[in-house]
Each structure stands twice: as structure tokens, then as C-alpha cells.
Design a protein around this ligand. Structure first.
Ligand SMILES: C[S@@+](CC[C@H](N)C(=O)[O-])C[C@H]1O[C@@H](n2cnc3c(N)ncnc32)[C@H](O)[C@@H]1O
Length: 336
């Protein structure tokens, strides 16, 4: 595979250009109407020289397009994914990328050498932002909106191709956040009820998403710390979406043991994660996420085989693995 080494080396600049332009509201302004650099400078409060130079870079990246009249407008991807309120909007995740991950990646070498996340160095002894956000409703909402944006589409794609779910009456989504997964499932299977287990601060967010989905009370919230509080017992199915990769193998094993204890025999376990290739040669998106798990959490990405062997130790036999277009893959297992 040919690789442009300069593109790779300078990628951190592209990330700042994109994240900062989104923070300044450039894509929102351009979606309202095509605008000149002068108008955008006035609207964003940037000096005109800065606005002009930023727009040149955004054009070169293909994010915006300059017309012959000198006005800029959003390119198709920016219009679809960078404008708040659009179904494909991913900007809710950008605050987390900019404020949490960017500083942490500044200590990447230290992370590799010490094998642990560098919260103390990056945030000068403050608690990690991923813990602090639970006392800041606005940040929590932004994080959950971001998770929803990346999780709802794959969940819907999975649900439409998962006949095993047609017999499921109740599914418990452990660490279910906004409810993206169970909402998508309940939309496809009219007889299905979803229970979202998450920390108590998440309740209003999940309940608001569930209310907007108009699912006649079929989505409920169960406040619990999944490491310490009782999990709902005897459901037909349990889900762990982007949960196991956040934690060390020891912590993940504690959680799997608790799920195994709650699940009756014959219950489904659905593990939704990015998967590394069996030979660990990639893919890049997952290899990057694996390192990010070291930089920002205590976890790691794993291969399908590693997940299958891991959950088998807790009595879950894998029946199949369903990929989706969005890299999230679904391991479907059953309690023996
Ligand atoms: C990475 S998000 C995954 C969200 C969702 N499952 C998905 O696939 O999009 C992790 C979720 O686990 C929740 N969580 C973290 N620690 C928890 C704990 N100790 N008990 C319950 N929920 C927890 C977080 O609040 C968050 O909603």
C-alpha cells in the first residue's frame, strides 16, 4: 500500500483545522448561505486575514468550495456531517476530540513508555474529563449526543439483519448511554423492550431520546454502576456496546462475570466493538482506536477470536459475527 508520509506526519494540523472551523461555526454559517471571507470574518469575530487563510485550507482539504463569485459554500460531506441538526452530524463528538483526546495525545510517547493513560500530566492532576463530565450536564449531553450519532446507524443496520432478535422480548443494554442501540432495535422489532443500564446522571438524556422516538414506553432506564449494583436479571438478551474496549481485561472480566450471573441460559449476548484483523495487521481505524484506548482509557481493541475466547470463559458461545458499514461489528453469542 502506497503511503504519503507527509500527509501522515502533518495529519495533526488537518485535525486542528477541521475541529477549530467546526468550533467557530463556519460550516453552520456556510449552510445558511454562501459567504465571502469578509462576511465570515465578521460573523466569527476572526481577523479577516485569519479567516481568509483558514478558508483556503478548508478549500484545499475539500471541506468547502469557493465559487467564481468569491463566495464559499460547504462541500457535500461538510454539509452532511458538520452541520448541527442534520441526521449525519458528528460535531457533537468534536468537543471530546479537541478538549480531551488532543491534549492526551500530546503525551503519546509517555503513554507508550509507561503503558498507561497520562491524565495527570495532560490535565495537571485534575480528574479525567470523562469522569468530570458527569458533573457537567452540558458536556455529558454533548458526549452522549456524539455516542448516539456514531451508534444509532450501525444499530439499525444490525437490527435489520439479525433474525435472532425476533424472539427477544427484553434486552438489557449495559452501558447503553442515550439508548441508541435499544431504540434502533425497538423500531425494527415492535414486540421488543429495551432497558438501558447506565450511571444515574445519564437518565434524563436517555429518557429524552426515548421520548423523541415515540416507542410507547418500551425503552426504560435502570440507574446502576455496572461494576457494583445489581443488573436486571433474566432478560432474553444483554448487550455490551463499546464497553469492553474501554476497560482492562481484569475489569472487563468482572463485568462479564456479572452479566453471566444475570443472564439465564439461552440468553443472547451481543458484543458490539471495532475488531482488529486476526493477523493484527489493521485495519487502521481500529489500530488507531486501540492506541487511543491506551491514551484515553484503560482498554484495548481486540480481534474477533480474542472476544470469542474471552466471553466463552463466562459461558457465552459465539454463533456469528455481523459486520456493518461503520466498522462497528456485532458478536452474537448465546449463554450455554
Ligand atoms: C463508550 S460509551 C458506550 C455507549 C453505548 N453502549 C454505545 O455503544 O454507543 C460507555 C457508556 O458506559 C457508561 N458507563 C461507564 N462506566 C459505567 C459504570 N460504572 N456503570 C454504568 N455505566 C457506565 C457511560 O456512561 C457510557 O454511557
Amino acid at each position: 500500500m502506497a503511503i504519503d508520509i507527509w500527509e501522515c506526519a502533518l495529519g495533526f494540523m488537518d485535525a486542528q483545522i477541521l475541529l477549530t472551523a467546526e468550533e467557530l461555526g463556519i460550516f453552520t454559517l456556510l449552510e445558511e448561505r454562501p459567504q465571502t471571507a469578509e462576511a465570515l470574518a465578521r460573523a466569527t469575530g476572526l481577523p479577516q486575514d485569519s479567516a481568509t487563510r483558514l478558508l483556503t485550507a478548508l478549500c484545499a482539504l475539500g471541506l468547502v468550495v469557493k465559487g467564481t463569485d468569491g463566495c464559499f459554500c460547504n462541500g457535500p460531506e461538510a454539509s452532511q456531517m458538520l452541520v448541527p441538526g442534520k441526521p449525519g452530524y458528528i460535531g457533537t463528538m468534536f468537543h471530546h476530540l479537541r478538549e480531551d483526546l488532543y491534549p492526551l495525545w500530546g503525551f503519546f510517547k509517555e503513554t507508550l513508555v509507561e503503558g498507561t493513560a497520562q491524565w495527570q500530566r495532560a490535565f495537571r492532576g485534575q480528574p479525567p474529563p470523562t469522569e468530570e463530565m458527569y458533573s457537567d450536564p452540558e458536556r455529558l449531553q454533548a458526549f452522549m449526543d456524539g455516542m448516539h450519532a456514531i451508534s444509532y446507524g450501525p444499530a439499525l443496520e444490525f437490527a435489520r439483519a439479525a433474525p435472532e432478535l425476533s424472539n427477544v422480548r427484553t434486552i438489557v443494554d449495559v452501558g447503553g448511554a442515550s439508548g441508541a442501540f435499544v431504540i434502533a432495535l425497538a423500531q425494527v422489532f415492535p414486540g421488543l423492550r429495551g432497558v438501558v443500564v447506565d450511571l444515574p446522571q445519564v437518565r434524563p438524556i436517555t429518557e429524552a431520546y426515548a421520548a423523541r422516538a415515540s416507542l410507547d414506553g418500551r425503552i426504560t432506564f435502570h440507574a446502576a454502576d455496572f461494576f457494583h449494583d445489581p443488573l436486571p436479571q433474566d432478560a432474553d438478551a444483554y448487550a455490551l456496546g463499546y464497553i469492553l474496549h474501554d476497560w482492562s481485561t481484569e475489569q472487563g472480566s468482572r463485568l462479564l462475570a456479572r452479566v453471566a450471573e444475570a443472564a439465564p441460559s439461552g440468553a443472547l449476548l451481543i458484543v458490539a466493538e471495532y475488531l482488529l484483523a486476526d493477523d493484527r495487521s489493521g485495519p487502521l481505524f481500529v489500530a488507531r482506536s486501540d492506541l487511543n484506548m491506551m491514551v484515553a482509557a484503560r482498554g484495548r481493541e481486540r480481534t474477533a477470536r480474542e472476544y470469542m475466547d474471552w466471553i466463552a470463559r463466562f459461558g457465552f458461545r459465539t454463533e456469528r459475527v455481523q459486520p456493518t458499514h461503520a466498522d462497528k461489528q456485532f458478536i452474537i453469542a448465546r449463554k450455554t
